[in-house]
Design a protein. Structure first.
Ligand SMILES: Cc1cc2nc3c(=O)[nH]c(=O)nc-3n(C[C@H](O)[C@H](O)[C@H](O)COP(=O)(O)OP(=O)(O)OC[C@H]3O[C@@H](n4cnc5c(N)ncnc54)[C@H](O)[C@@H]3O)c2cc1C
Length: 467
């Protein structure tokens, strides 16, 4: 194609060649289109392209490259670090590509690169099937899966990335390819946790499992002063479980919403939240001990539709609020760490903030280390302090708090983190390398083969081998 010299020319070329919409500064919908979920991110792309099909994505990649415009790819727009947008570059926004097609005989689902977990769960649950997603339904399947994907099915059926069986990808040279276990298997390996480094995924295909439609769910909040007993008991239950229970321990403050009696609002808690991936009755029995770790403040456990479990956290994360989330892998949960977490939540500058402890293992840990690009999957705990607040003037205090939680808990930065909870990616390459660990070099070789010029760099970026 004829190279484009300016962003205006890029927009004109896209309007002429791409099926979809093109938005530029000054358009009535530009402001709405440039914003992503995290209100901390305030960037102004030169062009936002919303293609309808993979060939439109390919056109957008070609146009951006011909005009030397940096590319950002947006799936669900929920990347906490704001990687789904860019200042001055071209955003390829896949929000018009959300079709979901279930094959109930093969037990597979195909979903467009802009789909959310709500789109996928709605379609698959019509057949009593599901694939592992995250715990908030509004997040994109793209960023979550490409980064790993931990949710309420991870200890039973693994990460989202583990269930990715094929994908359609637009590569850096604009070609459109499919990858699966027998065709370009190394590319599939890289997409399973290696981030958006290798191209734009326009279709994801996942394996499905029978789940629900009703499942057993534990949702119990205990007083914070019972934290030691609650966290130790929680840990023992998960250690004894063979993978049916996927859970989260959460420290926070009860929000002032109607679900809770007014006298409970603002009270500090340590919570146990868990889903059982099997029969409801057996599940309620299996989850019972999680409900008896101390005297609860409130216990909202019970059988509920799987799609409701998938949305239970949605109201806690409104778009436009400010967010800064970090994470660290931990081999063990020491008494010193528990003490530090209790102290940290008590001094959290925002009552919306939480400290989440993901108790992993199960199927997530059983997948061989070299089977996917996801790093250090065997580590049993992921600690993730989440600062959630509203006012820009509180940015500094909340960001500082998040960092101090990891320090106070005695985490080892060299052990890496979960790259979907990376702060604002300010630690850059060092965090990416420590988090991928043993898979980094293989990813760098794959990057060299598929994207030697690092066209797709606005992500958990792996540098092409040799650089
Ligand atoms: C409220 C909330 C809850 C969350 N809960 C969980 C959870 O339970 N479990 C969990 O594992 N994670 C969770 N996360 C983290 C989440 O996995 C990441 O924020 C993820 O990046 C979101 O994906 P997205 O498609 O919405 O993001 P986007 O901002 O659209 O993109 C994220 C990254 O992926 C790249 N990308 C996006 N689409 C594509 C594509 N089609 N092809 C190639 N690259 C692409 C982007 O360039 C960017 O680097 C949560 C995040 C939020 C905000």
């Amino acid at each position: 194609m004829t190279p484009v010299a300016t962003a205006d020319e890029a927009a004109s070329a896209l309007r002429a060649r791409m099926t979809g919409s093109v938005i530029v500064p000054g358009d009535a919908d530009y402001d709405a289109a440039r914003h992503v979920w995290n209100g901390m991110i305030d960037l102004r792309p030169a062009v936002i392209a919303r293609p309808h099909r993979a060939d439109g994505v390919a056109t957008a990649v070609e146009v951006a490259r011909s005009g030397d415009l940096q590319i950002a790819v947006r799936g669900g727009g929920h990347n906490v670090a704001g990687l789904g947008t860019i200042d001055g570059g071209l955003v390829i926004d896949l929000s018009m590509m959300r079709d979901v097609e279930v094959d109930p005989i093969r037990r597979t689902v195909r979903a467009g690169g802009g789909a959310t977990w709500a789109d996928v769960d709605r379609a698959t649950q019509s057949f009593g099937l599901a694939t592992p997603g995250g715990v908030v339904s509004e997040t994109g399947i793209a960023g979550l899966t490409l980064g790993g994907g931990m949710g309420w099915l991870r200890r039973r059926h693994g990460l989202s990335a583990d269930n990715l069986i094929s994908a359609e990808v637009v590569l850096a040279d604009g070609s459109i390819v499919w990858t699966n276990e027998s065709e370009r298997p190394e590319l599939l390996w890289g997409l399973r946790g290696g981030g958006g480094n290798f191209g734009v995924v326009t279709t994801f295909e996942f394996r499905l499992h029978p789940v629900g439609p009703e499942v057993a769910f534990a949702y119990v909040l205990y007083p914070l002063d019972a934290a030691r007993a609650v966290l130790r008991g929680h840990e023992q239950i998960i250690n004894a479980d063979t993978g049916d229970i996927s859970s989260l321990a959460v420290l926070g403050h009860i929000p002032p919403i109607d679900d809770f009696a007014p006298e409970l609002h603002g009270r500090a808690f340590v919570g146990a939240l868990a889903m059982y991936a099997g029969e409801v009755e057996a599940g309620m029995d299996a989850l019972q001990p999680l409900r008896e770790l101390a005297t609860p403040i409130v216990d909202m456990s019970g059988p509920m539709p799987f799609v409701e479990v998938q949305t239970i956290y949605d109201p806690d994360y409104p778009a436009g609020h400010r967010y800064y989330w970090k994470s660290a892998r931990m081999d063990r949960l020491s008494d010193t760490t528990i003490g530090a977490l209790v102290e940290a939540i008590e001094r959290a500058p925002s009552a919306h903030s939480t400290i989440d402890l993901w108790l992993n293992g199960g199927a997530m840990a059983e997948v061989p280390a070299d089977a996917t690009a996801f790093g250090s999957r065997e580590v049993p705990y992921l600690l993730s302090p989440e600062a959630n607040w509203e006012r820009p003037e509180d940015d500094e205090t909340n960001i500082a708090w998040t960092r101090t939680v990891l320090d106070a808990a005695g985490t080892d930065r060299a052990a890496g983190s979960y790259l979907n909870f990376p702060g604002l990616h300010e630690e850059g390459d060092a965090l990416v390398r420590s988090s991928f660990g043993s898979t980094y070099d293989r990813l760098a070789t794959l990057k060299r083969a598929y994207d030697p010029e690092n066209v797709f760099r606005r992500n958990q970026n792996v540098l092409p081998a040799g650089e």
